[in-house]
Design a protein around this ligand. Structure first.
Ligand SMILES: [Zn+2]
Ligand SMILES: [Zn+2]
Length: 427
């Protein structure tokens, strides 16, 4: 007994001297091992029962009844739609830290031959039946969060501060975070010091974790454009104003905006993903419709690109005597910004837990993530958890019917998230 006590004190003293940790760090590896199977079971149930954005009622019920069984959990009731907000209060004074997990699936029919493969179906607006799948790995986000909470709940007596846990619906449609914040998620004394999250990453191997400092995801904007002309016989184009040719010029001019008018240090992408016009090869139509996605990082470039698109569309139409096109431009999910100080703090944990060689830096992407909206209110950091089975980093893709994460990421992820949150709560 005496021997055990001495070892404990020595180990505790070493930790205090060696890091910013103010108390003894719990053995999260052992805690994660203890709760891993239960958390893998959560993952399998959630994977088997995906639901589309803003329809996550069964998911919400599963999360609530699972959280109710974890000691120390309370709920913050609010107008969260199909979301859920919980709290774990520590036994010691400390900061308020938020953690977010998104919960929705995608309209994709799952391929992999898993015993817990999803066979769920739903209908899209318009009535078309589709398969539903957690093809973005949000089942991992939810289950790993549950696992990390189990680990932290077991040591909540020594835990400083309060952990706010946000299960957010409708990430895939880009409105979940917006709606929860609009419903008062971070209002008044609920406002956390910072917010953290991860996304599973198909090109990072299991056992590794990726971080990006500063801009990490893009502003997801776009436009719908109706190019107007004057229809006529395809044999006599000089008697019409051809909106097909005009639309083609515009598509190429959009590429030139990015290539010739934007500083290469300020990222921008314009991709026309839809174009439609006409009904027959020898009939010049009266209009052509197209739509595009526009991605940028900083706010100035975001506004500059919009202005250049408006100018290009107007002036090209004018140059051929066409009527003014109809341009509907919209600003969507904002760009994600990983707070540099927070990134540095969390990466200390990654290096300690996984080894510095598994703490990878990745470059900013042009994808979108509505986690960015929380980061507009408080400092935020979303890291990437490697889920590619070894050797498959170049073949897996999110939003694919064959996406199949390495399930060992559950045990490792829950430990890592618990360690990261413990570290933040102790700062
Ligand atoms: Zn997704
Ligand atoms: Zn996702």
């Amino acid at each position: 007994m005496m021997w055990v006590l001495v070892v404990f004190i020595v180990a505790g003293a070493t930790l205090v001297a060696g890091a910013t940790i103010s108390g003894t760090r719990p053995d999260f590896a052992a805690l994660a091992e203890k709760h891993e199977q239960q958390t893998v079971n959560d993952r399998r149930w959630l994977h088997e029962n995906p639901e589309l954005s803003n329809r996550e009622t069964q998911t919400q019920a599963y999360l609530r009844r699972t959280l109710e069984k974890i000691p120390g959990i309370t709920f913050i009731e609010g107008d969260w739609g199909t979301g859920l907000v919980a709290e774990l209060q520590g036994g010691l004074p400390g900061p308020r830290i938020a953690w977010r997990a998104d919960i929705d699936g995608l309209p994709i029919t799952e391929d992999p031959d898993l015993p817990f493969r999803s066979t769920k179906k739903d209908t899209l607006n318009g009535g078309r039946e589709v398969g539903v799948m957690h093809a973005c790995g949000h089942d991992l986000h939810m289950s790993i969060t549950l696992g990390a909470i189990r680990c932290l709940a077991a040591v909540r007596g020594q835990m400083p501060g309060t952990l706010m846990i946000i299960f957010q619906p409708a990430e895939e449609t880009g409105d979940g975070a917006h709606d929860m914040l609009a419903a008062g998620l971070f209002d008044g004394n609920r406002k956390p010091r910072c917010v953290l999250a991860f996304h599973d990453h198909p090109t990072i191997a299991y056992g590794q974790v990726g971080s990006c400092t500063g801009w990490s995801t893009a502003n997801v904007d776009g436009f719908r454009l109706t190019v107007k002309g004057r229809g006529g016989h395809g044999a006599y184009p000089h008697r019409s104003i051809d909106p097909v040719t005009l639309a083609a010029k515009m598509v190429l001019a959009f590429n030139d905006i990015v290539a010739r008018e934007i500083d290469v240090n300020h990222h921008a992408v314009i991709s026309v993903g839809f174009i439609e016009g006409g009904a027959k090869n020898n009939v010049i139509p009266s209009e052509v419709k197209l739509s595009a996605t526009v991605r940028t990082h900083d706010e100035e470039t975001r506004q500059v690109v919009k202005a250049k698109i408006e100018r290009t569309v107007r002036s090209l139409a004018e140059s051929v005597g066409a009527p003014e096109p109809e341009l509907e431009y919209h600003f969507g999910t904002p760009a994600g910004y990983n707070n540099p100080e927070l990134v540095d703090q969390v990466r200390e944990v990654f290096s300690r837990v996984l080894g510095p060689e598994n703490d990878i830096t990745y470059l900013p992407g042009m994808g979108g993530e509505d986690f960015a909206r929380y980061g507009q209110v408080v400092p935020g950091f979303q890291f990437r958890l490697g889920v590619a089975p070894p050797g498959q980093q170049n073949t897996m893709s999110l939003h694919s019917s064959t996406f199949n994460a390495d399930e060992r990421a559950v045990g490792l992820g829950m430990r890592l998230v618990a360690e990261v949150l413990w570290d933040q709560l102790n700062r």
